[in-house]
Design a protein around this ligand. Structure first.
Ligand SMILES: C[S@@+](CC[C@H](N)C(=O)[O-])C[C@H]1O[C@@H](n2cnc3c(N)ncnc32)[C@H](O)[C@@H]1O
Length: 346
């Protein structure tokens, strides 16, 4: 079995002969796609919405009410507002995180590195935070609400509809929202080939005003202080995850403290995790293989501090948990931080 090198890593329908492949996919030796399936929009696999999965805690409710402007007693109105947006977004593309109300949860602030990210926003005059695969933009909105300067807040997604629904959810518009959203397939980000990280500060300077008209992340090579990528890497196969890591690394500022971080599906041993009731596998790194990928493959060994740990998820959604007792779900929680080094890597 080899992973497919020819299909562009995007969740768009590319050709009538190649099915929509949002997840990991494998070819057998004769080139036949064996496990790839358009599961998110395939009626057979797309689970119906379930209002019982709506169980926001006080942290999530407090954030939403403050952002959207609902009063503390408006729980029912808020709920209906969320259901309305959810239905429309789920029609566009049936990501499980939309079905499970992940799009209303600003998970970014629960990641261990988050205080350091906010600190970068305070300390670096032109600090830039980018949320890759931002969906509705909930995480980047949280970072701005917590003090990351909005002039340096950027979010990118392949599907503009999702952040448009983010505007609807948060009752903002492109004009009133201070965050810059970029419509881009991150695999199209142009950088020297092979994508290589910068080890010295770039000679170009990015004016904060220019960010408002930014058309591609390519312009920011070596200028981004923090890159957030959650529920994102696991959308792609093993080779594409490496390619993606290289692209993000090439965008990161070489200054010590600059960080790429996030969370996605992981396993104690790297390999495929099959999605229950499908024949689709998600390629998952282990903490060890994830650290090795960044420290030594993507970045020169010793030029980053790679942290990664597994957290077990105790899901209540029977579509993603499984009847089998031994089935466990894990999240990899990780951050890759540039470190000070006297060594020359170039
Ligand atoms: C599973 S959702 C995660 C959304 C958000 N990061 C979160 O944690 O809730 C994945 C997001 O990545 C976007 N996406 C998928 N492929 C992409 C690509 N090649 N470039 C940019 N965004 C992409 C999807 O449109 C979707 O909004």
């Amino acid at each position: 079995m080899i992973s497919c090198p020819t299909v562009r890593p995007t969740d768009f329908q590319l050709s009538p002969t190649i099915p929509l492949v949002p997840f990991n996919f494998m070819l057998n030796d004769s080139g036949v796609v064996e496990t790839g399936r358009p599961i998110y929009n395939d009626a057979k696999h797309k689970a119906p919405l379930d209002e019982n999965l709506y169980r926001p805690d006080e942290r999530v409710l407090g954030f939403l009410k403050a952002q959207i402007g609902f009063g503390i007693d408006d729980d029912e109105a808020l709920k209906q507002h969320i259901f309305t947006v959810q239905r429309k977004a789920y029609d566009i593309y049936g990501y499980p995180c939309i079905r499970q109300f992940g799009f209303i949860d600003p998970q970014i602030s629960e990641l261990p590195v988050y205080p350091r990210v906010l600190q970068l926003g305070r300390e670096r005059e032109d600090g830039i935070l980018v949320d890759i695969g931002c969906g509705f933009g909930t995480d980047i909105r949280k970072a701005v609400a917590d003090g990351f300067p909005s002039k340096g807040a950027i979010a990118c997604d392949l599907r503009k509809e999702f952040w448009d629904y983010g505007h609807e959810l948060f009752k903002t518009t492109e004009e009133t929202c201070p965050i810059k959203f970029i419509h881009e397939n991150v695999f199209d980000v142009a950088a020297p080939d092979p994508h290589s990280p910068l080890y010295t500060t770039p000679s170009t300077h990015i004016l904060p005003e220019s960010l408002r008209s930014l058309a591609s992340l390519s312009t920011l090579r070596g200028h981004i202080s923090a890159i957030h990528a959650s529920c994102f890497f696991h959308l792609f196969g093993e080779n594409e995850q490496l390619q993606l890591a290289k692209i993000l690394a090439s965008l990161l500022s070489p200054l010590p403290g600059s960080v790429i971080f996030g969370t996605h599906a992981g396993l104690p041993e790297q390999g495929l995790r099959m999605i229950p009731r499908t024949d689709v596998g998600v390629f998952c790194h282990s903490p060890q293989s994830w650290r090795q990928l960044w420290d030594g493959t993507v970045f020169a060994k010793g030029s980053v501090q790679a942290d990664a740990e597994l957290v077990e998820i105790h899901g209540t959604d029977s579509r993603v948990t499984d009847a089998r007792n031994d089935f466990k779900l894990f999240r990899l929680v990780w951050s890759i931080t540039r470190v000070e080094s006297s060594q020359s890597y170039e």
